[in-house]
Design a protein around this ligand. Structure first.
Ligand code: FES
Length: 83
């Protein structure tokens, strides 16, 4: 099975699966923290509207995990302190 990195852990995924789906299946539901209150956020709408699922992908912030297709080239980190 293929993998991508999430905070230095290998997360398995199936071809065509979204990053969000793979993370949830792996038990990783904390995708980001809110800036002011540091509350955890995860998948909410699942269709690209709410931005609750944003993560850092290969150093680029504000990437929506629900819209991003999983790929072995991805190195993803929990997003801290933005929005
Ligand atoms: S879960 Fe709402 S934009 Fe991704």
């Amino acid at each position: 099975m293929k993998h991508f990195k999430f905070d230095d852990e290998n997360i398995p995924f199936h071809d065509g699966e979204s990053v969000a789906a793979a993370l949830l299946r792996a038990g990783k539901w904390r995708f980001r923290e809110t800036r002011k209150t540091k509350e955890d956020r995860s998948l909410f709408c699942g269709i690209g509207h709410c931005f609750d699922c944003i993560v850092v992908v290969n150093g680029e912030i504000n990437q929506r995990a629900c819209l991003l297709e999983a790929d072995e080239k991805l190195s993803i980190r929990k997003q801290l302190g933005v929005n």
